[in-house]
Design a protein. Sequence first.
Length: 277
Amino acid sequence: MNNSLYYLFAFLLISMLSCKNSDETFDSVPDFPDKTLIYKLSALYDSTSQGRMELEYNANGKVSRVYEVTPELERETAMNYKYDNNCVYTHIKQVSKYNNPPKWENIDTIYLKNGIADSCSGVFDYYVRNKVPYYIKYEYDSENRMTNMKIVYPPRHISYERERVENYSLEWEGDNIKRITGTNPQSFEYIYEYYDNSAIPSHYVQRHPVLVHHQPLIEENGFGKKSSHLIYSEKRGENSIITYDYEYANNYVNAININYNNGTDICKMSLKWILLE
């Protein structure tokens, strides 16, 4: 459960937002009188770990800042997003007592083609060792569904004598991601099942399996189409299964119950929504 916020979005997250009391729960779901209006996620709260994520938006309704805190890990993560016509710039910084090293920084430039991410160049900075540069290439099918992501680390980092490559292949079934296989650097396979209910919007509760740090951009369709239905189960290898159960108010998800490995680990995420003016 240490990474429950990441399992959903993380999404992960510079200007510090004030962190409210950890015992807060969200019971003020708006009454969405106008179904044509788009409500945005403003906060998440994990009642198990008491972790919290808060989001801010720019004047165009795009995510500009995300702040996440996980008290049990003494971890804080901040994300900044800036946009222009052909690029998205992201700046991620994390500090944790239990990290080794205790803090790191990640700066990405995502290059767009026809409004969709085509490639990305970035660098990890661990402060105590050499910076780690990398390059990412994204591929899509004719329906703008991502089919492959390739990450290349050149042999400049102290840990890599040769070029290191990670591959992720995405298999779709209709409008949903069904299977992801790849090397990271070991081979792996994730398999997904979905709820068959297209009437419930999947805003921000549809986690992308391989784009964790850029989850807010997925909601802007910056990485092509996203799965249309809510995930029911996620199978990782032979022994790891995660299931999801959703609670609703006015056709929006206001809570997610996550069950890890048949009840060995359970958490509940509460969601708070706002209407942008």
